[in-house]
Write a protein of this length. Structure first.
Length: 414
């Protein structure tokens, strides 16, 4: 549990700022605390020279450590970077791989080392070194997993910081545009971090939930349903069913495929989604109006993924209207972006809650998993687009999905 708490704390550090120095130094503090270590450092890979250099050294009393360069394959950090495997040395005196060059410069005395690769999308970006950690002798699988996850997140933060830096250099953006880009990056990162965390939790939860559900079903057969004890078992069954749904949803969410864009007729896409949504319902008193736009264009989307996103928005709309009312779907172009707007006249969302509705597990419903809009936002982001919600409590909600629907190699379809 301590490990999961650390990943959660870590996610909030990563998301607190785009100032990479802050993020790195706070992350290392957290690792030091978790591993009961004396000090941590981060090496970054200089891809051009194929060398590692100190990106962050939390112990550098003379300020000259940053000049050190380590070749790939050389020493401990170099080996970790070239093999992508973690190295644990519990006693440097007894291990021939240890080289005291850095200690000689800083005056620090390295007794043990845990070195973890920083990777993003399979590429090595650097290495984290945890020195003199008390837990080195009892470093179990869980702790290794946590270190890999944390290093992966440091990798995402490093890549994003570079991306943001390049954006700043290459484009003259207004202050407002910069702020918006920054907010978007933070949101994507936060959702990715939560995805990893949720996957770890789902994995732990699946088996016990199935066992509890199975035993509760057996108990139900043994107990008379009119007695209070039978009703308690019903509650256990309902809640385990909800947890089971959450586990399935989380596992699917974390393994959503990349969209495969194919040419689709917009009107067919919408009709298909409405049809797919109705198929899962028994009696539905909700009406869906599709306001077709002129031209009925062919667009490029992943038909199945976008259909899933639309079905999830339709379900929310229907649930917000207590199963009856009218949902209106309208579409239009804004430049090369297609906008699909879905409106309902349901209960609406209070203003303060709107930013939270995209977060995994955020739900206001008894039987909700809180995953619907997380899927929608992930799928639309995969199409290079975004989802916006505007809503007034008691009046209704509009969900606007927008994405660039023409392929760069196709002629303008407008
Ligand atoms: N059209 C809507 N009208 C009112 N509230 C909405 C609407 N769409 C989303 N919400 C709010 O956002 C929350 C999150 O929605 P989301 O689809 O992610 O999860 P959920 O519907 O609660 O559960 P799930 O979709 O996993 O069964 C909802 O619980 C609800 O409070
Ligand atoms: Mg939903």
């Amino acid at each position: 549990m301590k490990e999961i708490k650390t990943i959660a704390q870590f996610s909030s550090i990563i998301n607190s700022s785009l100032d990479i120095d802050d993020v790195l130094s706070n992350s290392m503090l957290l690792i030091e605390e978790l591993m009961e270590a004396e000090v941590c450092s981060i090496f970054e890979l200089d891809k051009e020279k194929n060398e590692l250099f100190f990106r962050l050294a939390r112990y550098d009393p003379h300020g000259n450590i940053k000049k050190i360069r380590i070749k790939m394959g050389e020493g401990i950090a170099g080996s970790v970077a070239s093999t992508g495997e973690m190295i644990v040395i519990s006693d440097t005196k007894k291990d021939g791989r240890f080289n005291s060059m850095v200690d000689d410069i800083t005056g620090f005395q390295t007794k043990s080392i845990v070195a973890v690769p920083i990777k993003n999308k399979g590429r090595i970006l650097g290495v984290i070194q945890v020195l003199n950690c008390k837990r080195v002798a009892s470093l179990d699988e869980n702790m290794r997993e946590v270190l890999f996850i944390v290093a992966g997140q440091v990798g995402i933060a490093m890549e994003n910081a570079k991306l943001y830096g390049r954006l700043k250099e290459n484009f003259v953006l207004t202050k407002a545009e910069l702020k918006e880009t920054q907010a978007k990056l933070l949101r994507t990162e936060r959702l990715a971090a939560m995805g990893q965390l949720s996957h770890a939790v789902a994995h732990e939860v699946r088996n016990p939930v199935m066992a509890i559900g199975g035993f509760a079903r057996r108990l139900k057969k043994m107990l008379p349903s009119d007695q209070l004890s039978g009703k308690y078992v019903d509650v256990i069954l309902q809640e385990t069913a909800r947890l089971g749904k959450m586990v399935v949803e989380v596992e699917r969410y974390t393994s959503l495929p990349e969209p495969e864009l194919k040419q689709v007729n917009l009107s067919d896409l919408l009709k298909n989604a409405v049809h797919g949504w109705r198929k899962n319902q028994q009696e539905v008193a909700t009406e869906v109006k599709i306001k077709s736009m002129s031209g009925n264009p062919e667009i490029y989307v992943d038909k199945e993924l976008m259909k899933e996103a639309l079905i999830r928005v339709l379900s929310n709309a229907q649930e917000s209207m207590d199963q009856k009312g009218v949902i209106t779907i309208s579409t239009w172009w804004e430049g090369k972006w297609i906008i699909i707007s879905l409106r309902d006249h349901g209960i609406g969302i209070v203003k303060e809650d709107i930013p939270r509705v995209f977060e995994p597990f955020y739900t206001s419903k008894m039987q909700g998993a809180g995953m619907g809009l997380s899927f929608v936002s992930q799928i639309v982001a995969g199409h290079g687009g975004e989802v916006k919600i505007s809503s007034t409590r008691g009046v209704g909600t509009e969900v606007r999905i927008s994405f660039p629907a023409t392929r760069s190699d196709s002629s303008d379809l407008i």
